[in-house]
Design a protein around this ligand. Structure first.
Ligand code: CA
Length: 222
């Protein structure tokens, strides 16, 4: 499942984008200013960023330049009211992969998102397709999970949660990080949904796979 970060300070547009993208099977998160957009894009594994340029704090172009300075490979589609040819050229020069001007039609944005994600797939490393821990193997291409010889079915959220751990072996992941990465930002941080899903994974993948780190979160045993 592809993860899309929406950097947009206009709540109506952000909600419209989230609703549309989610209904097409994407996981989404929203950043409402430039600093949080930079921080979230650098700190989490997003496949694509939809970037407004008129953001509080800094210009969206600064966000883009910072990501490219840090060699962040996330696909970036600029979505802005700035429709001057010079702005478009500047956007591409700063490292954007695509540029769409407001007002826009959702269908057009969706097509562009899909094209960007399709183009980005071959850059993925071969070794990244299979993630292993103990006798558990996640195949990111087929989204199949095997425990020893046995194939285990994981629904999308559980797979994404497992993938998050497998990508950060041995690293303690806090509940907040997991909520951000797997569920997006619209969950109550007091919710116990993370613990419930950890329970599901333990049942399906083995009870010792995920270790509880008291007061902090969980860690994949290596
Ligand atoms: Ca704006």
């Amino acid at each position: 499942m592809n993860r899309i970060l929406i950097a947009e300070d206009e709540p109506r547009i952000a909600a419209f984008l989230e609703k549309g993208l989610r209904s097409h099977g994407f996981l989404t998160a929203v950043a409402v200013d430039a600093d949080s957009a930079t921080q979230i894009a650098l700190g989490s594994d997003f496949d694509l960023l939809i970037l407004d340029l008129g953001l509080p704090g800094k210009d969206g172009l600064e966000v883009l330049k910072e990501l490219r300075r840090q060699c962040e490979k996330v696909q970036v589609i600029i979505l802005t009211a700035r429709n001057d040819i010079q702005d478009i050229v500047t956007g591409f020069e700063a490292g954007a992969d695509d540029y769409l001007t407001k007002p826009f039609r959702f269908e057009e944005l969706l097509v562009r998102v899909k094209v960007r994600l399709r183009n980005s797939t071959p850059t993925k490393n071969k070794e990244e397709i299979l993630l292993k821990a103990g006798d558990v193997v996640l195949d990111l291409r087929t989204r199949k999970v095997t425990v020893g010889e046995e194939t285990v079915e994981l629904p999308a959220r559980e797979f994404t949660l497992a993938e998050t751990f497998f990508r950060h072996p041995g690293q303690v992941m806090s509940r907040e990080q997991l909520l951000d990465r797997v569920w997006g930002y619209d969950y109550d941080p007091g919710s116990n949904i993370v613990d419930v899903y950890i329970g599901y994974l333990r049942k399906k993948l083995g009870s010792d796979l995920l270790e509880t780190v008291r007061g902090v979160g969980y860690r994949l045993r290596t």
